[in-house]
Design a protein around this ligand. Structure first.
Ligand SMILES: NC(=O)c1ccc[n+]([C@@H]2O[C@H](COP(=O)([O-])OP(=O)(O)OC[C@H]3O[C@@H](n4cnc5c(N)ncnc54)[C@H](O)[C@@H]3O)[C@@H](O)[C@H]2O)c1
Length: 282
């Protein structure tokens, strides 16, 4: 979608981190914003920053949980009633939990699968028909390097992000088959500084039973936190690359070049029927 000026951007997880930076980037291109997040305060802070950077940006927010289909449907209705359309959907809200697959609780699985996978599925299910009907649109799914390369202590997260990659590729193929003028972008960043390592701040009480991390898992979690905080590429850079990918109808975005090498190593090792883990997971 070459021309974004005046179009409507819908951003889940718009109250923090990458979602906030996507909002700033979209506003800078003259887009109208519809933000959805469980964190109302975070969204208001995003809008404050947007107003300071691009005064007069038209916007709306909705407090919602992306794991619930009916709440995504309400977000779509807000887009229609307020702006008459939704042109670019960023399925971006995401959370993380550590632990080994057999130790993670049912709540761990349901919470993270609900936000990271079903949040994207419901976004696609709700907004794609609108975009097909209006004759144009673009869907951006925030996956992760974890959608390609499996690090330890991140079972649930890795599963969701691989699924988002699979969903994005299949969605693009099916849209092509349907002759729809709707683009797809799959964003796969490695670690960068945001609030993701503090995901539990937005964990619902009814999904509160979590894994007790082993000593090894706690060390792994500390390493992950440090990697996130020390990430050299900033959320603002990644947002800019992503919005550019929408403008250029680019499918994959790998902001961290090293990930492309690791994907190549993983693919080659699999093709050779060899283990990939020792070389890839320090
Ligand atoms: N930061 C990283 O290192 C990294 C790396 C790869 C991919 N990602 C992905 O980037 C995306 C954005 O995360 P971030 O890093 O900006 O983290 P973040 O914690 O700063 O932002 C995530 C946002 O999602 C919102 N959210 C959480 N649960 C929600 C729910 N049920 N419904 C609606 N909103 C909800 C949070 O309130 C928050 O505003 C996620 O999909 C994440 O998996 C992050």
């Amino acid at each position: 979608m070459q021309q974004l000026q005046g179009k409507v951007a819908v951003i889940t997880g718009g109250g923090s981190g990458l979602g906030r930076e996507l909002a700033l980037c979209c506003a800078a291109r003259g887009m109208k914003l519809v933000l959805g997040d469980v964190d109302e305060k975070g969204m208001q802070e995003t809008l404050r920053l947007v107003e300071a950077q691009t005064p007069g940006t038209e916007s709306a927010t909705m407090r919602l949980d992306v794991s619930k289909l009916e709440q995504l449907q309400a977000l779509a209705e807000l887009c229609t009633s307020r702006f008459g359309a939704a042109h670019v959907l960023f399925n971006n809200a995401g959370v993380s939990v550590g632990g080994a697959a057999w130790e993670n609780t049912v709540d761990d699985w349901e919470w993270v699968m609900g936000v990271n996978l079903y949040g994207v599925v419901w976004g696609v299910k709700t907004f794609t028909p609108m975009m097909i009907a209006q004759g144009e649109g673009h869907i951006v799914n925030t996956a992760s390097a974890a959608g390609w390369v499996n690090g330890p202590n991140m079972s649930v997260y890795n599963v969701t992000k691989h699924s988002v990659v699979a969903l994005s590729e299949t969605l693009a193929l099916d849209l092509r088959d349907a002759g729809a003028n709707v683009g797809v972008t799959c964003l796969c960043p490695a670690f960068f500084p945001t609030g993701i390592h503090e995901s539990a701040r937005n964990r619902p009480a009814d999904k509160g039973d979590t894994v007790e991390l082993s000593e090894t898992a706690l060390k792994r979690a500390e390493l992950t936190k440090a990697a996130i905080q020390k990430g050299k590429i900033q959320a603002s850079d990644i947002a800019e690359m992503t919005v550019k990918a929408v403008e250029e109808d680019q499918f994959y975005v790998f902001p961290h070049r090293k990930i492309k090498q690791l994907i190549g190593l993983r693919a080659q090792a699999a093709a050779d029927e060899k283990t990939v883990f020792d070389s890839m997971n320090p």
